[in-house]
Design a protein around this ligand. Structure first.
Ligand code: ADP
Length: 762
């Protein structure tokens, strides 16, 4: 019996046997039939017609109806459309940009379209995602992450590079898509008819989009839906569900608490999903096998789910049970592109796919022939600490709309079943719709980008749905503290540099400081590792022996100054191995090979990027000038000083009363995570810098990736927090903002919010 799991040594089924030449035609024919069967196909002429007569069109259709892969081809392939809209010079082709909120979707969709058109990626069809751009001068259909298109707008505010922009997956409401709405509206006004915009959405509430673009026409494509049976978990007193329910209400006031409860439940949640999936697999005697799609919260849960399901099935087989063929695969945003193909691959009729996915499979990517959905009811989301303006990744309950979307995945090809691992009472307390990202993240990158495009008054930018004034002011403040803008709100030379680096402003600042401190290589490596997956492999808690072994292996890398330098040690030792020995080295040291490989790739691309931009050689102010003078101190100190330049809000001082530290930004108690190099330092260091604050355990927040610092490295930076003049900085006058209706609404936000910047600054 075959059992397949992409990370194990068991060979995957021979799905992609090389296609002989004679089969190529058959394959093309098959793709053609598939294309013509998509719901969007019968609307081809209508879509093209509508977009010929109207500059903006909104298309609504269920996930999988063919919006992302087909519409761009209809437009590209219609000569009438091309010449009617853009004149004779575009008789042969036009350039189309299709934005995707997620990297994986941009890559997968581009590959599919290239395939359908019988070409290769990098020719007529290409994708561009951060750290990976395949476009060439021949490219006519380009899939980009929305962040990438926004980045292009930095130098091309009217997006002259394209004739058609398709804002795909607009229902996702990612920050970048939301901002692109505003930029595109501006471009439409300037380019008078020379730009066509198509907005697609998988959910019905398109009135907002239509209104924003002056009542743009909406086309509705009905999808195929079969009934889905919904099964809830029963609610019993004392079960985890009961706790979740209780804490959900609690979290509306104290977000950090949410993480504690839910993280503790992470493994239990995955296990519940695995058990449900295996029960289905063993008990359903359907043929052909319908696939099982499981929604968990993140990359780590996907991977853990795959391993756990694999182990459990292996155990079942060893105990003599008959187990049907199965392919177990993960699907999440950061999945390396070479690991993606299995999830879409066709499998034999008697083989079942079990897919552990994040919310990416809700609306973005379609796994065909799903008959069963298992919904953990949770999602990982960025949320925002209104006091500090810092992002926090939180595991939280999905909204009702999300739960519906997940359920819907089961009814695409025939009637299906959905198992909701929460009770119906639980469900009644879910938020109705998901809060758009722009209203729950740190906006400093957005504000800096807009300012660099020459949009100075970001407070009055025409947002689709404006974020709160508080959030925008906090972004201004952080940019000022990072010295990306000056006291009058003008972008500095250093800010110009920071906007070009494809990193959050905080990390861009670290990179800048590292150039002055002569540790650029180290900083790029570090930033690349932090942008990649978790490097440390931690076996599941049940296996105590393995946990201890991993812990001992990790200790060898511990650096006397903390975890950041430990990561650099891991990376350089890994690099010292011959390429073919690296996977084995990783296995014996409990290090993730994939993560380091990914980090190496990111580092290379960051380096290439950096070589293209002007680096301000001399710091603008005295405090930073002193950085240049300390070039002779050891590397380990210079790296940490460079980190302080951007992450100074992520510092914590030793508490005088308890065995913990107090984070400067959040004023909460916190401790380094288990296995941190700081764990056995004696005496405990007075000041720390950390990369991430998350969760809670034993009454304190958990600090991830922590190093020791000297107070004086951050003293001056922290003192600047006392001297922020928002009136000058953001041209913000609370008194006049009552003049217009919008201002009044905003003012209310400020009055109600005790964590408004004024309060934080005073
Ligand atoms: P929508 O944008 O409406 O969600 P898509 O255009 O993304 O729909 O997908 C339409 C269909 O194309 C899917 O149901 C699937 O069968 C197929 N498809 C899309 N992307 C891929 C891919 N990367 N590999 C295989 N099939 C794909």
């Amino acid at each position: 019996r075959r059992l397949n799991h992409h990370h194990t040594n068991v060979k995957p089924p021979d799905l992609s046997a090389p296609t002989p030449e004679s089969d190529a035609a058959a394959r093309r024919e098959k793709l053609r039939v598939q294309r013509e069967g998509l719901p969007v196909c019968s609307y081809r002429d209508q879509i093209v017609g509508m977009l010929t007569s109207s500059p903006v069109v909104i298309v609504v259709g269920e996930t999988g109806s063919g919006k992302s892969t087909q519409i761009c081809q209809y437009l590209q392939d219609s000569e009438d459309f091309r010449t009617a809209c853009f004149g004779a010079q575009h008789k042969d082709s036009i350039r189309i940009a299709i934005t995707q909120p997620r990297r994986v979707a941009a890559v997968a969709t581009a590959k599919r379209v290239a395939d359908e058109r019988g070409g290769k990626i990098g020719g007529e069809v290409a994708y561009s995602i951060r750290f990976d751009d395949t476009a060439s001068p021949r490219t006519r259909i380009r899939f980009l992450t929305d962040g990438c298109l926004l980045r292009e707008c930095l130098h091309d505010r009217h997006i002259l590079n394209y004739q058609v922009i398709i804002l795909d997956e607009a229902h996702e409401r990612s920050v970048s898509t939301d901002v692109l709405f505003g930029i595109i509206k501006g471009a439409l006004a300037v380019r008078a008819g020379n730009l066509r915009v198509l907005v697609t959405s998988a959910t019905l509430n398109t009135e907002l989009f239509s209104k924003y673009f002056g009542n743009a026409p909406v086309l509705n494509i009905p999808g195929r839906c079969y009934p889905v049976d919904i099964h809830y978990s029963p609610l019993t007193k004392g079960t985890p569900h009961h706790h979740h329910h209780h804490h959900q209400r609690y979290t509306q006031h104290r977000p950090a608490q949410c993480v504690r409860v839910l993280c503790a439940g992470g493994t239990a949640r995955v296990e519940a999903c695995v058990n449900a999936a295996l029960r289905l697999h063993m008990e359903e005697n359907d043929h052909p096998c319908a696939h099982i799609l499981i929604f968990v919260t993140g990359m780590e849960e996907c991977e853990r789910g795959c391993t756990m399901a694999y182990d459990k099935l292996q155990a079942l087989m060893e105990s003599g049970r008959e187990v049907g063929d199965v392919l177990i695969v993960p699907l999440y945003g950061a999945l390396a592109s070479e690991d993606q193909h299995l999830v879409f691959e066709e499998v034999p009729l008697d083989c079942r796919k079990i897919v552990f996915a994040t919310n990416i499979a809700e609306t973005s990517l379609t796994v065909d022939n799903v008959g069963f959905v298992i919904d953990s009811g949770y999602v990982k989301q960025k949320s925002y600490n209104a006091k500090t303006g810092m992002d926090l990744i939180q595991t939280m309950q999905v909204s009702k709309v999300q739960a519906e979307q997940r359920t819907g995945r089961a009814g695409r090809t025939k009637a299906g079943k959905c198992f909701r691992l929460y009770s119906i009472d639980n469900w009644k307390h879910f938020q109705a719709v998901t809060t758009p990202e722009i209203q729950r993240v740190n906006l400093s990158a957005v504000v800096l980008q807009l300012k660099c495009m020459g949009i100075n008054d970001v407070l009055h930018f025409d947002f689709l749905e404006p974020p709160s004034t508080t959030a925008l002011l906090l972004a201004y403040r952080l940019l000022y503290l990072l010295k990306a803008i000056d006291a009058e709100g003008a972008v500095t030379t250093e800010g110009q540099f920071m906007v070009e680096v494809p990193l959050e402003p905080t990390y861009a600042r670290c990179v800048l400081a590292s150039t002055w401190l002569d540790v650029t290589d180290e900083m790029l490596t570090l930033v690349a590792i932090l942008s990649s997956e978790n490097v440390w492999v931690r076996p599941s808690k049940q296996n105590e022996a393995a946990v201890n072994k991993a812990s001992r292996a990790h200790k060898q890398f511990h650096h006397a100054t903390g975890d950041h330098l430990s990561l650099l040690t891991v990376f350089s030792e890994w690099l010292d191995n011959r390429t073919d020995r690296r996977p084995d080295w990783c296995k014996s040291h409990f290090i993730s090979h994939r993560s380091l490989r990914m980090a190496m790739d990111i580092r290379r691309q960051l380096r290439e990027q950096l070589d293209k931009i002007h680096i301000p050689r001399k710091p603008a102010d005295d405090a930073d000038s002193r950085l240049v003078e300390v070039r002779r101190v050891p590397t380990s100190e210079r790296v940490r000083r460079a980190l302080c330049a951007g992450l100074f809000m992520h510092t914590a001082r030793r508490s005088e009363t308890v065995d913990a530290w107090v984070s400067v930004g959040e004023s909460t108690l916190a401790r380094p995570e288990r296995d941190s190099a700081l764990e056995d330092m004696d005496p405990p260091p007075q000041w720390l810098i950390y990369s991430e604050l998350s969760g809670q355990s034993a009454g304190a927040a958990i600090l991830r990736c922590v190093s020791v610092i000297d107070r004086e490295w951050v003293d001056e930076l922290l003192k600047r927090m006392d001297h922020v003049d928002l009136k000058k900085l953001a041209n913000y006058h609370p008194a006049d903002s009552t003049a217009d209706g919008r201002g009044r609404g905003r003012k209310r936000v400020l009055e109600k919010d005790p964590a408004a910047p004024e309060a934080a600054v005073s």
